[in-house]
Design a binder for this molecule. Sequence first.
Ligand code: 2NL
Length: 351
Amino acid sequence: MDSLTFAIMNNLLQEVENSKAEINNFSTTDKNPAEVFRIQFLGSKGLIKSLMGEMKNVPAENRREMGQVLNDLKLFAENKYEELKKTSDNGQETTGSEVDLSLPGEALPLGSRHPISIVRNKIISIFQRLGFAVAEGPEIEDDWHNFTALNLPENHPARDMQDTFYVSQNPDWMLRTHTSSVQVREMKKGKLPIRIICPGRVYRNETISARAHCFFHQVEGLYIASDVSFADLKQTLYFFVQEMFGNTIKVRFRPSYFPFTEPSAEMDITCLICGGTGCNVCKHTGWVEILGCGMVHPKVLENCGIDSNKYSGFAFGMGIERITMLKYQIKDLRLFSENDLRFLKQFTSAV
Ligand code: 2NL
């Protein structure tokens, strides 16, 4: 082999080696890498074609050998091309991702509302139809808003029944024991008349059992205007239970005592389980208690800056858990806060 032939062959073999490395390391950010590769290596103006063109400079006796080398390179490039086509073919039909966006989505399982939320929303919507607005306030309260303003001065025995949790940074702060504190805040604003309901979570220092928990949910209501009477209170609450439980329900009011109302009453409805004939839910009386109510005590009005000679009002308070237990015949209050899906799933259709 003369030195010129050697140089030509050597050069061509070097180029073949470089091309192999280039093919191996091929990468592009283009959406269609296979096509870019085909043009660069296998196309009519591609690298392999141009190397083939150099065969004319190879002496006849070395052509077979060099032809083999170039054919191998071509095969190598074709394999790479097939490989690239496989991965970019999917992409070509979509937007370059592996996900086929034209497929229908996977159905998401339908969630359900918590029974307490279902009943709270129902209570809110009934009172909204009567013109009551929803008011909210803080769960951490000070002593005045939670107790003193409501005619529960320090050392009043009723405070014992509403023992709660205190905030260690400030002995004046506690978790509210009722949402009356929200109503106190609304009265203090001084805008009259007031017609509000206050749903929310409240706390009490209770031993947890089937009937009591250290937190529960309440809806309180307050209506203050220039001549609100006990008859207004009775008719409002009667309307409420008919909407809530159906219009065959009967009610009765029993005299009671709350420091913040005078007179005070508790309202019973005919037992939903036995329809009034007597069962163990109503302790064979035919009646179940559902809420407490009364005319706002003049002292409470004065404490909140309202002239009790000009204005009167009624207030009521109910536990949402209690209403929910009656409505859905739930026997243990702890079920509401255990997050057991077997319980919660039963309310899927009760939106
Ligand atoms: C019950 C009884 C009641 C009230 C709450 C109230 C609020 C203000 C003034 C006067 Cl700001 N009263 N609320 C009145 C009577 C009863 O709740 O058994 N709740 C679960």
